[in-house]
Design a protein around this ligand. Structure first.
Ligand SMILES: C[S@@+](CC[C@H](N)C(=O)[O-])C[C@H]1O[C@@H](n2cnc3c(N)ncnc32)[C@H](O)[C@@H]1O
Length: 226
């Protein structure tokens, strides 16, 4: 008699909507969907974060790559130069790589790690990895004293502060090239290109005397006040 009450586990009721196996399948799908969405958001944040971060800093210096004309102009004003070159905020490494192809020992400092890894890969692919180096670094925390050629594609808000930094750090034999935005108080030796491709070249011998003049003036001011 009691045998009639025993139901097999695969009865039709178990597969009907709302049954136990249906609920556990839904739960599993829910977990998978949460993992996929969560993982995608984390990946998106990891990739996009370094590109958005510069916009949140006090001086916003976003990734805007140099045009090929701009790069040609940089190399034109540095035609008679050789030795070491640094690109401050090197982006995807295009200036560093072009300079290395012209015989410079070229270095890039860049805040965005993705751009640094991509630059290293591109330098290797283009066969200049022996004469290039890329560092993940904040430009304000690095000294550029060892470089004889300095390139910067900056923004106007940072140029005054950068003038002071380079005036103090660079040797008199160095040259500085500014792309698109000139330095506010220095006088350029030469200018190449026009519009957004304009570059200005400055001689450290000239701009370093400005510090001495500033210091002299401070001295004069002190004497006047006494
Ligand atoms: C206008 S882009 C110039 C890129 C490259 N020099 C070129 O000409 O193609 C400026 C670069 O500076 C980087 N950057 C912004 N703030 C920085 C910082 N504090 N230190 C180092 N690099 C920074 C940005 O990520 C961006 O790639």
């Amino acid at each position: 008699m009691s045998d009639f009450n025993i139901k097999p586990s695969h009865t039709i009721e178990n597969n009907t909507p709302g049954s136990g196996s249906d609920t556990s399948l839904k739960k599993r799908l829910g977990v998978i969907a949460t993992c996929v969405v969560g993982g995608s958001l984390v990946a998106l944040y990891a990739v996009a974060g370094p590109f958005v971060a510069p916009a949140l800093r006090k001086v916003c210096l976003p990734f805007v790559p140099a045009t090929s004309t701009q790069i040609e102009n940089v190399l034109k004003v540095l035609l008679t130069r050789s030795g070491s070159l640094v690109d401050i905020g090197s982006g995807d490494g295009r200036i560093v790589i072009a300079a290395a192809k012209r015989g410079f020992k070229a270095v890039g400092f860049e805040l965005n790690p993705w751009l640094v890894w991509y630059s290293r890969y591109k330098a290797w692919r283009e066969g200049v990895h022996h004469s290039t180096s890329f560092y993940i670094s904040d430009l304000w925390k690095v000294s550029f004293s060892q470089y004889s050629n300095v390139v910067i594609f900056g923004v106007p808000q940072m140029m005054e502060q950068l003038e002071i930094k380079l005036q103090t750090e660079l040797h008199s034999s160095a040259k500085v090239v500014a792309c698109r935005f000139p330095f506010p108080t220095w006088s350029p030796d030469d200018i190449a290109g026009e519009g957004i491709d304009t570059v200005w070249i400055y001689d450290a011998k000239t701009f370093k005397t400005l510090i001495r003049n500033d210091k002299d003036n401070e001295g004069q001011d002190d004497k006047t006040q006494q």
